[in-house]
Design a protein around this ligand. Sequence first.
Ligand SMILES: NC(=O)c1ccc[n+]([C@@H]2O[C@H](COP(=O)([O-])OP(=O)(O)OC[C@H]3O[C@@H](n4cnc5c(N)ncnc54)[C@H](OP(=O)(O)O)[C@@H]3O)[C@@H](O)[C@H]2O)c1
Length: 332
Amino acid sequence: MPLPQTFNAMVVTETADKKFVREIKEKKLSDLPAGELLIEVKYSSLNYKDALSATGNKGVTRNYPHTPGIDAAGVVAESALPGFVPGDHVIVTGFDLGMNTSGGFGQYIRVPASWVLNLPEHLSLKESMAYGTAGFTAALAVLRMQQHGLIKSHGEVLVTGATGGVGSVAVSLLAKLGFHVVAATGKTDERDFLLGLGAKEIISRENASDTSGRALLKGRWADVVEPVGGNMLATAIKSTKPHGVIAVCGNVASADLALTVYPFILRGVSLLGIDSAECLMAIRSLIWKKIAGEWKLDRLDSLVSECSLEELDTKINLILAGKIKGRVVVRL
Ligand SMILES: NC(=O)c1ccc[n+]([C@@H]2O[C@H](COP(=O)([O-])OP(=O)(O)OC[C@H]3O[C@@H](n4cnc5c(N)ncnc54)[C@H](OP(=O)(O)O)[C@@H]3O)[C@@H](O)[C@H]2O)c1
């Protein structure tokens, strides 16, 4: 198939008065950066970081005009290396994609081959983006927690921000693996959704955010997956039982952490930092194989919605407001 002259992409432009405008525009393949692989993107997905990039957060994206999208799944169109050939089905998540490299919210990307993974067997391109960076991060958190002693007999595992991307996949995966999952959410009307994913109990965001100022709280959680940050993370750490682990995944509420050392020196709890963007290729590959195999979610469809490039604008506003439920797959 001959390559097209132009392709459609979301382009975020910075105006003279420092506003950021999102439009679907035609771009040329020659607009893309240098790279060993040209990939025709079939699906992308919406992550919180994409919304930051799409609204001018210079901590994520320094220069505009820019096409966000930290995730892409598609078909190799051109390859400068023998390891990939046109027609290969591939996934790219993280690294610099969608940050300062034109991202998956466009029908083509050009990237270094070192960012690209062959789509594992038993996973479709669309399914891979149902997980995307958020789902991969939840799986990475679970893997790292297992390496640090996560076992069922320790008791309840808390997942905060439970209806969000990282949260909903973490709830589903931990439930599939047989853990007693307690889901903390601000969306009290999504109780049935969370129970459907496998949570055993739902608690409100307020109940997971202590305001007493005490250095330690009654230890309840065996372990925690925590994408929210701020006081919710501090509360989770203070409420974790001796020798539990807390996977620190995100900061939608805040990047600050107000704590004493007591949870660490009196209870021996551990914080595990989770970074999906620069995760080593060997670990990435292992996690995607698990996602496609023994960890594949039976009810993946129940946490996924789909939108077109044109419909993405509204979803970006929703995720920034903390109002997205589950994962959004973007159809290119
Ligand atoms: N470390 C990594 O490699 C990595 C990878 C992916 C994502 N992340 C980070 O993880 C976080 C979540 O990402 P995501 O894509 O899952 O986002 P998301 O889909 O928007 O999920 C975040 C969820 O957190 C809850 N929430 C939102 N605002 C809140 C607030 N102000 N206070 C308390 N809870 C709030 C909401 O869930 P409820 O309504 O259910 O409470 C929301 O759905 C982000 O900070 C993101 O940057 C990190």
